[in-house]
Structure formats: C-alpha cells, structure tokens
Write a protein that binds this ligand. Structure first.
Ligand SMILES: *Cc1c(COP(=O)(O)O)cnc(C)c1O
Length: 368
C-alpha cells in the first residue's frame, strides 16, 4: 500500500477535535475491508458478529480505563451531549421533585434551559455574573435537600474552567457533563450517578455520546420511561445494549480505536501526567510577562481549553491571522467570549505546545 505524505496542521479546535494519528492511520488501512471481514465498517450490519465485537471491545476498554464498577451501564447514544440536557430530566426528574443545577458555563446554562422545560429546577449557584470566569465555591452551593440529582459540568469548554475535585452533594446522585474532559485523567465513577460526554472532544469523532449510568437510577427511571418516546429512554437503550436501533457504527469504531490508543499509552494515569505537563507549559507562557492574559481564575483553569486574551481586539485579530498562517489552526476563541482558545485534548501532541509557545514568544517580540 502506498502512503502519501500529507500535511497536517496543528489542530487546536474545541471539537470535533484532533484524533491520534495512529488511529487515523488504522482507519485508513482498514477502510476498504476490516481484517477477516471483507467489508468496511461503514457497510457491515450492526447485528453482525463483527460489529458486536467492535461494540463489546469499545465498552470493555472504557470500563477498564475508568475502572467502571459492574453496577454501572455504559451506553452509546446519539443526539450529542445536547440531547442529554433533555434526557437527564426526562428520565430522572419526577413530578414534585427538584433538580439542582450548577450554572458554571454556557453549556450548563443550556442544560438548565432544557431541564426547566421538563420539571422544577433550582440553580444551586451561578457564576454568570463573573462571565463564568470561575467555578462556584463549595460554600456558594445552595443545594435542595432530597433533590432528584445535582447536575454539574466538569470542564467548561467555552470559558476554560475545570473542576479539580467534585462538589460534595451527599447522597444525592451527581450527574456530570464531562464532554470536554472525559478521560483526560482519572475519574471517580462511584461518586457519580450518571456521566455523559459527546465523543467529539476528547474521545473520538462526532456522532456518538457516552452515557455511564448507575443501575439504581435506571430502576428509578423505569416508571417514567413508560411515558417517554422509546428512543429517549435510558432503560430501552440499556436493555438493548445500545442496539435498540442502528447505532453510529463508524463513530463507535473510531472511538474504540481511540480508547485502545489510550490504554496502550498507559491509561488515565499516564495521560493525566501528559495533560498536566502540556497545560502547565502553556499557562507558564501566558503568565510570563503580562502580554497575554488568562481569562479563567487561576485555581479553576482548564487543562483542556486554555483561554487567553491580548491587550486589544486588533492585536487578537492579528494573532489569529499570523498563527493560522503558521499552521496553528483553530485558536480563535468561542464567539461568545472572544479572545483566543487553545484546545489541547488528549490527542493534541506535546510538541504542538512547544510550537505554540515559541510562536507566542515571537509574536510578543514583534508586537509587544
Ligand atoms: C460541546 C459540548 C456540549 C455539546 O455537545 P454536542 O455533542 O454538540 O451536543 C455540551 N457540553 C459540553 C461541556 C461541551 O463541551
């Protein structure tokens, strides 16, 4: 097979985002025919043995990586994290109950908006007044005794903040939107009732959403499930091992390869150390002279999405223009907050951080 040399830019996109090059190579190698199958993953039946194996392997790698206990189900769903904003309350917020939501970013705000359409919501704390530049402190949380659940966002993709430890919610199930930092380091599954993540940031391509749900929450949802559209019921997907209808086969396959890549790398402890090193290097440059300014409060800084600004919007435009020309792609901040954002997920190569840092130093010399 001939391998053409292709030019790949440094991809700082917030999502869909960079994938490991070895995963892309494997996809390309097996694109015409999966070994021993004679068909591509795009063409096989989701009821075939070959696909069942792909699904089972993806699940067992996820379970092994995160040490998921047997009383949790792992579901492969569609509709993105955005559909989870609705599915969570539709399945788990009963009449007469209240759900607590921590409003710590733009995605949390969207989750709250959807939950309010379904039932009673208490915003337990909000940092919207600070442009979500920080996370609420534990002392700011006003939790509802006996709440149906507490919803949080573990990493705020747009604003660049990230929880370093989980809020204490007592016996109330903790539900976390982990879309942008799932498997960037160890995760304490047992402290959660439900965890969800759209895959396209840190786990694979777009098209599949991972939901990890504790069995007692499934039991609790069973009664409500009877009145729900079939496709929106966690119980239906759990009972059918994510094969109630046609799953996103290619996305699951590519996610599976990415999980295997992560295991081969040494798992969550290993990637944790790498992510710590990568983000430290970049924040050190941001803090070095004051030419750049980090937008998130220091204690709450994200290791995945590094947000920073320059003195003027003109200079920021220039930064984006020059960095793009230099092959550093996707550094423009989210339109809601402006400035710059470097998304440096698991698959973003460490050498790319060095390239960005030296670009930043040159840019400062030229314009500072
Ligand atoms: C990207 C993102 C979402 C939305 O994900 P979709 O898969 O596009 O629905 C939700 N929450 C967080 C934290 C995100 O980063």
């Amino acid at each position: 097979m001939s391998t053409t040399t292709v030019h790949r830019v440094l991809n700082f996109s917030a999502g869909p985002a960079v994938l490991p090059e070895s995963v892309l190579e494997e996809i390309r190698r097996d694109m015409l025919a999966l070994p021993g199958v004679g068909m591509s993953v795009l063409e096989i039946s989701h009821r075939s043995k070959a696909f069942e194996d792909i699904l089972a392997r993806a699940e067992s790698d996820i379970r092994a990586l995160a040490g998921i206990p047997s009383n949790y189900k792992v579901l492969f769903l569609q509709g993105g994290a955005s559909l989870q904003f609705s599915m969570v309350p539709m399945n788990l917020l009963g009449a007469g109950q209240t759900a607590d939501y921590i409003d710590c970013g733009s995605w949390a705000e969207k989750a709250i908006k959807e939950a309010k359409k379904v039932g009673t919501v208490n915003v337990a704390a909000s940092t919207k007044g600070d442009n979500y530049s920080r996370l609420p402190k534990p002392s700011e949380l006003k939790l509802t005794p006996g709440a149906a659940y507490v919803h949080m966002t573990s990493n705020n993709t747009i604003e660049g903040t990230e929880y370093k430890s989980l809020p204490d919610v007592g016996d109330v199930p903790l539900i976390s939107d982990t879309s942008s930092n799932m498997f960037s380091g160890p995760i304490d599954i047992e402290k959660h009732g439900l965890i969800y993540a759209g895959a396209q940031k840190n786990m694979g391509p777009a098209g599949v959403t991972i939901v990890i749900i504790r069995e007692d929450l499934l039991a609790r949802a069973a009664e409500k499930a009877k009145a729900l559209p079939t496709m929106l019921s966690y119980n239906v997907h759990a009972e059918n091992t994510s094969l109630y209808n046609t799953p996103p086969a290619f996305a699951i396959y590519a996610l599976g390869l990415t999980m295997k890549w992560l295991r081969d790398l040494g798992g969550l402890e290993a990637i944790d150390a790498i992510n710590e090193r990568k983000s430290r290097k970049l924040y050190a440059e941001i803090d070095r002279t004051g030419f750049y300014r980090g937008t998130a409060e220091k204690d709450n800084r994200s290791r995945m999405n590094v947000t920073f600004r320059l003195g003027t919007e003109e200079l920021e435009k220039q930064f984006i223009k020059e960095s793009t020309a230099a092959g550093l792609d996707g550094l423009k901040g989210h339109r809601a907050v402006g400035g710059m954002r470097a998304s440096i997920y698991n698959a973003f190569p460490e050498v790319g951080i060095d390239t960005l840092v030296s670009f930043m130093q040159q840019f400062e010399k030229k314009h500072g």
